[in-house]
Design a protein around this ligand. Structure first.
Ligand code: COA
Length: 330
């Protein structure tokens, strides 16, 4: 892995998944579904589910501790904490503040960033810019979700897709590690109802009616999301590469948002990047939203597949709709 003192580098990575595995077979005892249906439509075999005692900040804490250890950075050195999540412990204060306290950090800038499943790449972009500004020295960027807390376990069309987990990265201006080499983040808010949690915010505050109508759970138009996901991920990947004078052939590894294997396969075809360059672990975790890319990056890195001099592409999409991509130089 190369280092470049003028660039922002990933000094360390870490991830964490709750112990409890929920297999497709176990799910088929709760709702009218089957392992065959879920696996053939999504590529998912099981997902992790946090306990009642674990909140998003607890998952974030474990991932953050692993990333700090990996980076060999002391908590005291961190002066910026960004947590990407759509399942904060509570609406406010931010999960980043709760994480700060759990890590024992002082005098740090802490905030949550909400860009759904694109959130981690958005957060990397923001942290990269803030570090480049010189106002902060080292950032902790976390994607953490307890999606099981907003899933409607009576809705077979959504409950089979999601899981809980967290991934984290320590970013700094100097040191060894993959270099962050460019970002593209975008959004189209024209159709928010395609994927949303309708109630609990200021437009539909919690009431007996919202509870009865199950509006505090995630709602999704799966087919439309599928089509849009493939379209915007291709756009985000291709456009970013073009802006940096690269072609899909220059890419050695793609870490896509882990939503559905068929989405990843369609993206592979559209970008003409073979599937063996895509890292997929969604079979084990399902879609963990903002946590999916950092968990996949951490696992891929630990498996030793990234070689010095190679180029990586992160590409994500999520509710909003949002999309985001990033180039890594290993
Ligand atoms: N088990 C069994 N049958 C199910 C089911 C389940 N878990 N969920 C839905 N079905 C049924 C539907 O009711 C429908 O039945 P019908 O034809 O009798 O009406 C049938 O399966 C087909 O549904 P359809 O929606 O066409 O399936 P699909 O091939 O589009 O796959 C998704 C559904 C959700 C897997 C797919 O659309 C998808 O992955 N979309 C993207 C979702 C996503 O990634 N969201 C996160 C974004 S970050």
């Amino acid at each position: 892995m190369t280092s470049n003192s003028s660039a922002i580098v990933l000094l360390g990575l870490g991830s964490h998944a709750p112990k409890n595995r929920l297999t497709n077979l176990e799910l088929s005892k709760k709702v009218d579904t089957s392992d065959e249906w879920i696996f053939s439509r999504t590529g998912i075999s099981e997902r992790r589910i946090a306990s009642d005692e674990e909140a998003t900040s607890d998952l974030a804490l474990c991932a953050a501790q692993n990333a700090l250890k990996d980076a060999d950075v002391l908590p005291d050195e961190i002066d910026l904490v960004v947590v990407a999540t759509i399942t904060p412990d509570m609406t406010f204060p931010s999960t980043a503040c709760l994480l700060q306290h759990k890590l024992g950090l002082r005098n740090v800038c802490c905030f949550d960033l909400e860009a759904a499943c694109s959130g981690f790449v958005y957060a990397l972009d923001v942290a990269d810019a803030l570090l480049r500004s010189g106002r902060y020295k080292k950032a902790l960027v976390v994607g953490a979700e307890k999606l099981s807390s907003i899933i409607d376990w009576e809705d077979r069309s959504t409950c089979v897709l999601f899981g809980d987990g967290a991934g984290a990265a320590v970013l700094g201006r100097d040191g060894a590690g993959p270099r962050l080499d460019g970002f593209l983040c975008g959004a189209d808010g024209a159709n928010p109802s395609l994927l949303c949690q309708p109630a609990g915010g200021s437009s539909r505050p919690a009431s007996n009616e919202t509870l009865t109508r199950r509006e505090h759970f995630l709602k999704m138009n799966g087919r439309e999301i599928f089509k849009n996901a493939v379209r915007v991920m291709e756009y985000a990947g291709r456009t970013l590469l073009e802006r940096h004078g690269l072609t899909p052939d220059d890419v050695d590894h793609v870490i896509p948002h882990q939503a559905n294997r068929r989405i990843v396969e369609s993206l592979s075809q559209r970008l003409s990047i073979p599937m063996d360059k895509f890292y997929c672990n969604l079979e084990k975790y399902g879609n963990t939203s903002a946590a999916s890319i950092p968990i996949a990056m951490d696992e891929a890195r630990r498996s030793g597949i990234f070689k010095s001099g190679e180029t990586g592409l992160l590409v994500a999409f999520g509710a909003g709709l949002t999309w985001a991509s990033a180039i890594l130089r290993f």
